[in-house]
Design a protein around this ligand. Structure first.
Ligand code: FEO
Length: 398
């Protein structure tokens, strides 16, 4: 299978054989402005092993990259670290083409793969801590449940000190370059944080435990090879430390004021809150939900201390854009926030209280009851909004 797509050497015995999706712009509601990659890896051991595959439309690209190094029929094992379809969409076709002796996944992974694809070939389950001999190389496995699905696991290639980390330490970033040191660090760490906020944030407590488990294992890493974005071969310590920091979710003095607006009344309230926050010494971020994507808002919340949300009332409800954003934020479970709700209305005025209920569900510590403005906020209401901003800023300092 000759072709233009070539494998990229990671070590003498490991090659990247994934695919670059330059055009991906949405991943389940997460805006992926810079596309993504689906990383698969080939281990040239006595028993040649393919670690993960790619999203279905990219199978030919992956197979060409594999064929640039070996005959794909020489693959003995396939290891699936994560069952989500961006890594398994072409697994059935790959198994058909390669006819591997065995396909491995975690115990949960083997079950999920069968539920999704009903393979005729049995998937061999691997226990947490189990090792697999590839002849002259050894892979060991560590369950990483909920990072990002219940099936997820890490695979560690001891002889190369290389961790295949599937979704963890990844990012949605399409580049021709394959390694961290080849990419502008500002882009690299922005996209890593953006990915953490939009994918991994709800699992932060598990990530803290996993990082402790990895540290206790004494494993050393020369390479961290995720399933999305570049391979970490230089800045491994920094990305691990960044994960520890993001997972801890320590509140900062940053306050996010996010709002929807119809005729700018709620916007005026948001502006007054923002001014109060600034005057009180907080780092205020004002985000009109029509101008900022939900993914941008959760990114700003990753290292924040307060969330203040406004909505006008439309047909006895919050504005649809506010419901969209709040559903997304609630699902991603940001922790350790203080906040409040506000909003304008013409006659019934339910929205601010509805927003407050969602903030309560999110365990945001409410500083005060919602501020509401009938039709247009008058000077008294704007003063209340300003005071709310100052109060929140003072609490963030404390
Ligand atoms: Fe990249 Fe959870 O899949």
């Amino acid at each position: 299978m000759a072709g233009v797509y070539k494998a990229v050497k990671v070590t003498d015995n490991v090659y990247w054989v994934g695919a670059i999706d330059w055009n991906l712009r949405d991943f389940h509601g997460y805006t992926t402005k810079r596309g993504s990659t689906y990383n698969a890896y080939l281990i040239l051991a006595d028993k040649i092993t393919l670690v993960d595959t790619v999203k279905a439309p990219f199978k030919d690209e992956m197979m060409q990259r594999i064929a640039s190094v070996i005959d794909p029929a020489d693959i003995t094992y396939i290891v699936s670290n994560h069952s989500e379809m961006d890594h398994t969409g072409c697994l059935a076709e790959t198994m058909e083409a390669v006819k591997p002796e065995k396909v491995f996944a975690s115990i949960m992974g083997a079950k999920i793969l069968q539920e999704h694809f009903s393979f005729s070939q049995e998937i061999t389950p691997l226990k947490d801590g189990e090792t697999l001999s590839l002849g002259n190389r050894t892979l060991s496995f560590m369950e990483t449940r909920m990072l990002h699905w219940p099936d997820s696991m890490f695979s560690y290639l001891a002889e190369e000190e290389l961790l295949f980390s599937q979704d963890a330490f990844g990012m949605h970033l399409a580049t021709a370059e394959r390694f961290d040191d080849e990419i502008d660090p500002a882009i690299l760490y922005f996209e890593a944080a953006y990915y953490y906020a939009n994918i991994l944030l709800p699992y932060s407590a598990l990530i803290t435990k996993l990082l402790e488990k990895v540290a206790a294992s004494g494993l050393t890493f020369k390479f961290i090879a995720p399933d999305h974005g570049p391979i970490w071969r230089t800045d491994r310590e920094t990305i691990i430390k960044s994960y520890a920091g993001w997972a801890a979710q320590k509140p900062t003095n940053k306050a996010v004021v996010a709002y929807g607006t119809m005729w700018h009344s709620t916007e005026k309230m948001a502006g007054a809150i923002c001014e109060g926050l600034k005057e009180g010494g907080a780092h205020a971020i004002l985000m009109n939900m029509d101008a900022f994507h939900r993914s941008d808002i959760i990114y700003e919340l990753l290292e924040a201390g307060a969330l203040i949300v406004g909505s006008p009332t439309l047909n006895n409800n919050m504005l649809p854009i506010v419901a969209d954003v709040m559903t997304y934020l609630k699902g991603l479970k940001p922790q350790n926030l203080i906040g409040a709700a506000f909003g304008s209305y013409g006659w019934s005025g339910e929205a601010a209280r509805q927003v407050q209920e969602i903030l309560k569900d999110m365990k945001v510590e409410l500083v005060e009851e919602p501020i509401r403005a009938k039709n247009v906020p008058n000077e008294d209401v704007l003063a209340q909004c300003h005071a709310l901003g100052k109060t929140i800023a003072e609490k963030l300092k404390a």
